[in-house]
Design a protein around this ligand. Structure first.
Ligand code: ADP
Length: 383
């Protein structure tokens, strides 16, 4: 079967015109977020908010054009209607701004420069080279620890494919809408939260989510009533793919922390994560080693299950900071999975002390970075 590529999709969409005899949707920069999974294709068609309903025939025409490509099994086009940047001229205006694209230069440079978000002091990315290392657990416990220390904290779940913040923060239901279209952040444990998990049914097919990522992230950041925050902690999806890059490009991040387990720390994943943030000029505050050692709940004895301690050396080798280590402990897992972060569930435990220490360090780094000058996100071209 013919391989379906991004190029063939854009070529097919190049035959769809917004108005008869006018420019095509690709040249107009209306196509973003192209995702291809085993012949299933998804993308977003960006329209003006005022053109929303009237654009349905255009959306259908886009779907039909892609459906006609040999090898395409299904097509999902979604209309999205917010766009902060000026639409650039030429096909690069939107399509190359799709995830995975490198930071742009040339005529589009600065087209999507994201501004500081009013009311939000610092924005911290919590990232990891791969899934399952405890990134979300760390993000949640750090956010709750910062709030317990008196900071005004928000937590943004950027993992649209597997949002875990609603469960870990014991939040459910849908956020309220105010002022016409602003969503009100949901709150628990003193932390204001927003997640794709509140907005999309759990059984929504993945293919729908890809294109929505692009607009959803922007929307979750800017169209949410966060109130005044000292820090917004962003739980990035694992890895260094599209959503991470989008986020890193699109948001004026104050800095990033990378969570890794000791056995993964020396692997390429972590290096790739570091390289990604460096590429988009986001300072890396350091590495957090999770599941670092085992503290026996009975006798308190500490055992190094993996090659513990490597993180500190690897961090030094890579020229980034080392922020601290969190033990492997059943209580961290059960509290996290039950929606009661250990920092609150067991405030006197040594694990809580570890999280609070790291939270304080990170908050200090954020404040220092913010005091050092206003950060602008690097150039972007999407949305
Ligand atoms: P990620 O966000 O990196 O995919 P999660 O935070 O979802 O990872 O964690 C994956 C699993 O590991 C969860 O079940 C979580 O409760 C557990 N976990 C995370 N950190 C620890 C830890 N320090 N000790 C024990 N279990 C942990």
């Amino acid at each position: 079967m013919a391989e379906v590529t991004r190029e063939t999709i854009l070529e097919a969409l190049g035959s769809v015109r917004k108005v008869e005899g006018g420019e095509d949707v690709v040249s107009l920069g209306m196509i973003t977020g192209v995702v291809i999974r085993d012949g299933n294709v998804g993308f977003a068609v960006e329209v003006e908010a005022s053109e929303g309903a009237a654009s349905e025939p255009l959306r259908q025409a886009c779907e039909a054009a892609v459906e006609a490509i040999p090898g395409v099994l299904s097509v999902t086009a979604v209309l999205t209607a917010e766009r902060q940047a000026q639409r650039g001229a030429g096909a690069n205006g939107g399509a190359s701004g799709a995830p995975g694209g490198a930071p742009q230069s040339g005529e589009n440079a600065g087209a999507g420069k994201s501004q500081r978000i009013s009311g939000i002091g610092a924005i911290l990315a919590v990232a990891s080279g791969k899934g399952g290392v405890g990134k979300s657990t760390t993000a949640v416990n750090l956010a709750v620890a910062m709030a317990a220390d008196g900071a005004r904290v928000g937590l943004l779940d950027c993992d649209v494919y597997g949002p875990s913040i609603p469960r870990m923060m014991r939040l459910s239901g849908q956020p309220e809408t105010v002022e016409g279209s602003k969503l009100v952040a949901m709150e628990n444990y003193g932390v204001k939260c927003m997640s794709m998990g509140f907005l999309v049914e759990e059984d929504t097919p993945m293919i729908w989510r890809g294109p929505m990522v692009m607009s959803a992230l922007g929307q979750m950041l800017r169209d949410v009533q966060w109130g005044e925050l000292d820090i917004l902690v962003c739980d990035l999806p694992p890895g260094t793919g599209d959503a991470q890059l989008t986020m890193a490009q699109n948001v004026p991040l104050t800095g990033a922390v990378i969570v890794s387990t000791p056995q993964d720390i020396a692997l390429m994943d972590v290096r790739r994560g570091i390289a990604m943030f460096e590429r988009v000029d986001v300072p890396i505050f350091g590495i957090i080693e999770n599941m670092s050692y085992f503290l026996c709940p009975h006798c308190g004895e500490r055992s190094e299950i993996f090659s513990h301690g490597g993180a500190r050396e690897t961090a030094a080798e890579l020229g980034v900071g080392f922020l601290g280590e969190i033990p492997l402990d059943g209580a961290i897992r059960t509290t996290s999975d039950a929606g009661q972060p250990i920092v609150l569930a067991e405030p006197q435990s040594p694990h809580t002390a570890a999280y609070r220490g790291i939270a304080k360090r990170v908050l200090d780094l954020c404040r220092a970075a913010e005091a050092g000058g206003e950060r602008q996100a690097p150039n972007i071209v999407m949305m």
